[in-house]
Design a protein around this ligand. Structure first.
Ligand code: NAP
Length: 256
């Protein structure tokens, strides 16, 4: 690809990024931001084809790919799509896809099937994506892995036991793999958001819950998907190479 002078100034020009769960919410903002930084983007999604296609059409170099992250073949297809659409394998993986089922006040009331679904998508899904990235990202510079976890790993709210466990396990895997990838110059980090105004956050919550969440935050507001995308974007640049094996909580300061 021959770069114009404007493109050459973009830190991620010539890089290919896969973002899972990019049809909506935080993943959508991350995909748009990486694109603005110059990357070509694979917009991963599970069922929101219309939203994913619309985003891919909006971005200069992007393709929407349907893939359930809990499925091995689906995850391989995301990486294959990066190669076939852009002629270069992925340099960047952002493992963002996730689900939250907060219908249960306590672990004691959580049905096994719901626990299994949370673990299948949030933990097994992240594992499959991380493993594929560890094997397929380029060596020698520019390889970047970012997993989106959650600040609940620190705040331990009631009713989120399966979700919190799934995210804590991802943080353990990423910190381990950052060391295992010694010699590749691939970095692996987690970005752990606090409450962010997305479908996931608002589902099942009333106005009072939202008010209390805003009030508890030093910034006096909910997070915006762009707050998270800004940190992910930085971690994907060459300037962030020395930031490796970290969990970065991006949450307005309500828990550290
Ligand atoms: P969201 O608005 O509910 O969007 C979830 C995204 O994940 C959608 O694009 C969805 O695709 C995708 N997805 C769900 N299941 C999938 C599967 N099996 N395979 C592939 N993609 C799947 O959620 P969000 O708030 O943006 O959350 C994004 C990430 O941030 C999650 O990992 C979440 O745990 C984490 N997080 C969120 C918050 C928050 O307050 N919002 C706080 C901390 C951490 P479809 O549209 O196709 O269904």
């Amino acid at each position: 690809m021959v770069a114009s002078s404007e493109q050459a100034a973009q830190p991620l020009f010539g890089r290919v990024a896969i973002v899972t769960g990019a049809s909506r919410g935080i993943g959508r903002a991350i995909a748009a931001h990486l694109s603005a930084l110059g990357a070509s983007v694979v917009v991963g999604y599970a069922s929101s084809a219309e939203e994913a296609d619309a985003l891919a059409a909006e971005l200069p170099r992007a393709v929407a790919v349907k893939a359930d992250v809990a499925d091995e073949a689906g995850v391989r297809a995301l990486f294959d799509a990066a190669e076939s659409a852009f002629g270069a394998g992925a340099h960047i993986l952002v493992a963002n896809a996730g689900v939250l089922d907060d219908r249960y006040p306590h672990l004691a009331n959580t049905p096994t099937a719901d626990f299994d679904r949370t673990i299948a998508i949030n933990l097994r899904g992240a594992f499959l994506c991380l493993r594929e990235a560890a094997n397929r990202l380029p060596r020698g510079g520019g390889g970047r892995i970012v997993a989106i976890t959650s600040s609940v790993v620190a705040s331990l709210p009631l009713g989120y036991s399966a979700y919190t466990a799934s995210k804590a396990a991802v943080e353990a895997m990423v910190r381990t793999m950052a060391k295992e990838l010694k010699g590749t110059r691939i970095t692996a980090n987690c970005v752990a958001p606090g409450p962010v105004a997305t479908d996931m956050f608002f589902a099942g919550k009333d106005d009072e819950w939202v008010r209390r969440t805003v009030e508890a935050n030093p910034m006096g507001r909910l997070g915006d998907p762009g707050d998270i995308a800004a940190m992910v974007g930085f971690l994907c640049t060459d300037a962030a190479e020395w930031t490796n094996g970290q969990v970065i909580r991006v949450n307005g300061g309500y828990v550290s």
